[in-house]
Design a protein around this ligand. Structure first.
Ligand SMILES: C[S@@+](CC[C@H](N)C(=O)[O-])C[C@H]1O[C@@H](n2cnc3c(N)ncnc32)[C@H](O)[C@@H]1O
Length: 281
């Protein structure tokens, strides 16, 4: 299987959502006191739509936003087979990064391994802020900037290097040692072409940022970011440790492994109607 193939029923049967996404989604639902079918959820960077299909099957009013129509289209058959209206629940972005989704509508907006692929982060945070209901939340999971292994190429440290020929040489060195993701479309490619394609990918499609930059981008549009890696259930057994040490472990996980942030849009001071159009129900 590959992300460039159509999503099959067998693959979807094996799909399991990230447990933390579901945990924070449910925590937000409980806090807001809305029923599942009233819970408007947006998967930003929905790819082939696995999350959207899973969430709709589970009863949530879920939607997806994707920058690449061809990626979204690979999930069209599966969404339709599950009785979901593909054209209505999956939206693609305009050239300037906007969607046609209604403002102040979504109780929960999440990204799962997307922010590290976003070239224009401010455009994404602006649109997420626009469509989130006051009092609503977001949850974002993406690889830490200093993760030792580049998670797409499986090559150590190459993404720590500047985006210049140094990085290309490091990629070529890994390739010479037999370390590579073995993309199907490059199966018959020469060494030089593979090195170039892997380099072009990390150059044009990955953007590892420090946490302060991501936090600042959300803050500029009025959203409040809380890092929550230290709250991960796997770290709960550390509850015997003093909280300062727990914070250090959380920081190390965020830097070297996976970033998990909770984002909140402060409630409006006055009652704000959720501006749902009939088409969104
Ligand atoms: C690694 S895939 C993850 C797909 C899905 N979230 C998942 O976890 O399976 C990253 C997705 O983000 C999409 N993407 C990249 N930049 C984006 C942007 N600015 N806005 C929306 N989607 C974007 C890509 O097209 C791709 O489908």
């Amino acid at each position: 299987m590959s992300y460039s193939d159509r999503l099959t029923e067998a693959e979807f049967a094996a799909f399991r959502p990230n447990a933390e996404v579901v945990r924070y989604l449910e925590a937000t639902r409980e806090r807001l006191g809305v029923k599942r079918d009233e819970m408007n959820v947006l998967d930003w960077g929905s790819g082939r739509g696995e999350y959207v299909c899973w969430l709709r099957d589970a009863g949530y009013n879920a939607f997806g936003a994707e920058i690449r129509r061809e990626a979204a289209d690979r999930g069209e058959d599966l969404l339709k087979a599950h009785g979901h209206d593909y054209g209505r629940v999956i939206t693609t972005l305009s050239a300037s990064g906007e969607t046609d989704l209604p403002p102040n509508f979504f109780h929960f907006v999440f990204t799962h391994y997307v922010l590290e692929h976003v070239a224009d982060l401010d455009a994404v945070t602006r649109e997420i802020a626009r469509v989130t209901v006051p009092g609503g939340c977001g949850f974002h999971v993406y690889p830490g900037k200093l993760r030792p292994i580049e998670p797409h190429l499986f090559m150590p440290f190459v993404h720590w290097l500047p985006k210049n020929p140094t990085r290309k040489w490091a990629i070529a060195a890994c390739l010479a040692c037999g370390i590579e993701p073995k993309w199907d479309r490059l199966a018959a490619a020469s060494f030089g072409r593979k090195a170039q394609e892997y380099y072009d990918f990390v150059l044009n499609e990955t953007f590892y940022r420090p946490m302060r930059e991501v936090r600042h981008s959300f803050a500029k549009v009025g959203l409040v970011v809380t890092p929550v890696a230290a709250e991960h259930p796997a770290l709960r057994r550390l509850s015997v440790l003093p909280s300062s040490l727990k914070r250090v472990v959380g920081l190390a996980v965020t830097l070297f492994q996976t970033v998990e942030i909770l984002v909140r849009k402060p409630p409006a001071s006055e009652f704000t109607r959720v501006e749902a159009t009939d088409a969104m129900r």
